[in-house]
Structure formats: structure tokens, C-alpha cells
Design a protein around this ligand. Structure first.
Ligand code: TRP
Ligand code: SF4
Length: 333
């Protein structure tokens, strides 16, 4: 049989607590991929610093949070390499070398760059590091010669840029070292938050993996619905309802069909509809939250996992860097 295993790399920024958007947008995918591929799952603390540089006091808590979230949702340290970016200094060296050959115009054109800068008014993102964010991301990916990168839709441009940087590296050095990494889109592309906008810590509209039963129940009960359903007797349109978008992610197909029909005919009220969703969210999220809490209590275990992961990652990264240095004539001795 041919060996179809591919290299997979993905990263999560340790910028806060994990929410169900992380779970269905990334973590479920990480777990699915690890059975048949060689996976590297990174906690990208340097990336977090591109926007969090002015207050790093919680950084270690958030690193722990992401590590615990990976393990709690089923990423298995026996199968996948789980590590912290700053533990593998080679990422920084490759970032530096790639930055020499990346035209500024490519970076200024990145849509997430302009959007985030405009959105995050409370933060000054006119720093050099933030502009170079996608170059560092490219280094994360290609230093492991990854073929596949599980990400959400918002990362597609970064992946395109990564491929362009790879092509430029090959063209300029004449050394074909890296595969061109492809995005592996998650099925649930966009997870709506409680207010219908994308779920995000900065919007305060999230259901966190460590929320209690009461918190989750309350959050979904008060979540916005299709605005047509002002009264119980007003019919609604599930496609315009963020609650229904969560049904698509958490509920069975029969339940989705029943809720959609009941919504359109005003046969059910929003509360009936939400009750079904609440049951499923609790079923999936509470055990994950419980495991996260336990893992955080046992800090030594997490440290061991991250140290072992860093060791394995370093080996691969160091071998790639030998090739890169040779390709750029940085090693003549
Ligand atoms: N930019 C990614 C995000 O915000 C995080 C990230 C950093 C990443 N390095 C990566 C994702 C490498 C995939 C691969 O979600
Ligand atoms: Fe949304 Fe369900 Fe209410 Fe319809 S019945 S508006 S799908 S919560």
C-alpha cells in the first residue's frame, strides 16, 4: 500500500480562553486529521505578541489554556506533536530569512492586516511585527514541510501568501526545499456568536469551553434569533437565525429539519428550538470543559507534554534549517 500520510501543521494564538468556535472551527478537525497524518499542533505565542505586546502578564495562562484545550478535545500527544512556538527558535530564524525576500507590498495587501488594524482600535497595530505576521506564519508551516494546514476561511489569504513566499524562495535560491502548503478548510466555516456576529473574544459574544451548565443555558436562552419572530405566532426563517447556524453544527439532521419546519410554520417557539440546541451543546462542551479544568490543575503533565513536543519539533525544524542555510550560502565552514 502506498503511504498517504501527509504533514499537517496548524497553530492557535494564546490570546484568551477557548470558545466553541475554536472547538468546531479547528479542534475537531485537528483530532480527525491525526489518525492518518503526521500532525504538528503549535501554540503560537510569538504571533500572540504581535498584538499583545504591551501587556504580556497573562501570556503563560493562555498558553496553558490552549495546551489544555488541545488535549481536552482529543488531540493525542502520542499521535501528534503539541508544542509552543517560542520553544523552537528555528521559527524565528526562518522568519528572519524569509523576511529578506518578502516584498512589503505583499504584506500591505493582506486583507486581515487592514481589517484587524481598523477593527482593533484599542490597540496600536502599527508595529513591524504585526505587518510580518504572515511571514512568521509561513515559517511555522514550511519549517515542518507541511502539506496541509487546517484553518478557517479567514486564513486563506495567509496560505496563498505562504505559497507565494515558497515559490519566491525556490526561485531565488534555486533550491526546491518546501512543498506548497494547502489549506484544509474546516466544515463549519463560520461559528456565529450570541449576537449573530462571528464568535470572538473581542466581541464578548462567546460560549467558552469552560462555561458551566448554567452559563451555557443562559447564554443560548438569551441569544438573538431571526428578528421576524417578534411574537410566538410570527413565522421565521432559520437561514437568517444564528441559533439555527449552531443547530447545523451541534444537532442531528432530523432535529434540524424539525426545528426549521417548526420555525417556518410558527409551530414551535424559539425557546423550544433553543432547548434542543442547549442539550447538544451541553453534551459536547461540558466534558471538554471538565477535562480542561483537570489538566490545568495538573500543570506538570502539561509541561511534560509541551517539553516532549518541543523536542520532536526542534529535530524536524533544525534539519530543515540546515537545508535553508545551505541554500542561502550561510554555511561555508
Ligand atoms: N494565523 C492563525 C490564526 O490566527 C494562527 C497561526 C499562526 C497559524 N501560525 C499558523 C495557523 C500556522 C495555521 C498554521 O488563526
Ligand atoms: Fe431561530 Fe429556532 Fe427561533 Fe427559528 S425557532 S428563529 S431557528 S431560534
Amino acid at each position: 500500500m502506498t503511504n498517504r500520510r501527509k504533514r499537517v501543521l496548524s497553530g492557535t494564538q494564546p490570546t484568551g480562553r477557548l470558545h466553541i468556535g475554536h472547538l468546531v472551527g479547528a479542534l475537531r478537525n485537528y483530532v480527525a486529521l491525526q489518525a492518518e497524518n503526521d500532525c504538528f499542533y503549535c501554540i503560537v505565542d510569538w504571533h500572540a505578541l504581535t498584538s499583545m505586546y504591551s501587556d504580556t502578564s497573562r501570556l503563560q495562562d493562555y498558553v496553558t489554556e490552549v495546551a489544555a484545550g488541545y488535549l481536552a478535545s482529543g488531540v493525542d500527544p502520542e499521535k501528534s506533536v503539541i508544542f509552543v512556538q517560542s520553544d523552537v527558535k528555528e521559527h524565528a530564524e526562518l522568519h528572519l530569512l524569509l523576511s529578506m525576500m518578502t516584498p512589503l507590498g505583499w504584506l500591505e495587501r493582506v486583507p486581515t492586516y487592514k481589517e484587524k488594524k481598523a477593527q482593533m482600535k484599542d490597540k496600536d497595530l502599527s508595529n513591524y511585527g504585526f505587518l510580518g505576521y504572515p511571514v512568521l506564519q509561513t515559517a511555522d508551516i514550511i519549517i515542518y514541510k507541511a502539506n496541509l494546514v487546517p484553518v478557517g476561511e479567514d486564513q486563506l489569504y495567509h496560505l496563498e501568501l505562504a505559497r507565494e513566499i515558497v515559490r519566491r524562495f525556490h526561485h531565488l535560491t534555486g533550491s526546491m526545499i518546501f512543498p506548497e502548503p494547502q489549506a484544509k478548510l474546516t466544515v463549519a466555516k463560520r461559528v456565529p456568536g450570541l449576537d449573530g456576529r462571528k464568535m470572538s473574544k473581542s466581541y464578548g459574544n462567546s460560549i467558552y469551553l469552560e462555561d458551566t451548565e448554567e452559563e451555557i443555558t443562559k447564554k443560548i436562552s438569551t441569544m438573538v434569533t431571526d428578528t421576524r419572530r417578534v411574537r410566538r405566532t410570527d413565522p421565521g426563517e432559520p437561514e437568517d437565525c444564528p441559533v439555527f447556524a449552531l443547530h447545523r453544527i451541534f444537532s442531528t439532521e432530523t432535529e434540524q429539519a424539525d426545528c426549521a419546519a417548526g420555525c417556518r410554520s410558527a409551530g414551535i417557539g424559539c425557546f423550544d428550538c433553543k432547548k434542543v440546541l442547549i442539550r447538544h451543546v451541553l453534551e459536547e462542551v461540558l466534558p471538554v470543559g471538565e477535562r480542561i479544568r483537570k489538566l490545568k490543575e495538573d500543570g506538570d503533565y502539561l509541561k511534560d507534554v509541551l517539553n516532549a513536543g518541543a523536542g520532536k519539533a526542534r529535530e524536524v525544524a533544525a534539519a530543515t534549517m540546515d537545508e535553508v542555510r545551505a541554500a542561502m550560502n550561510l554555511k561555508g565552514r
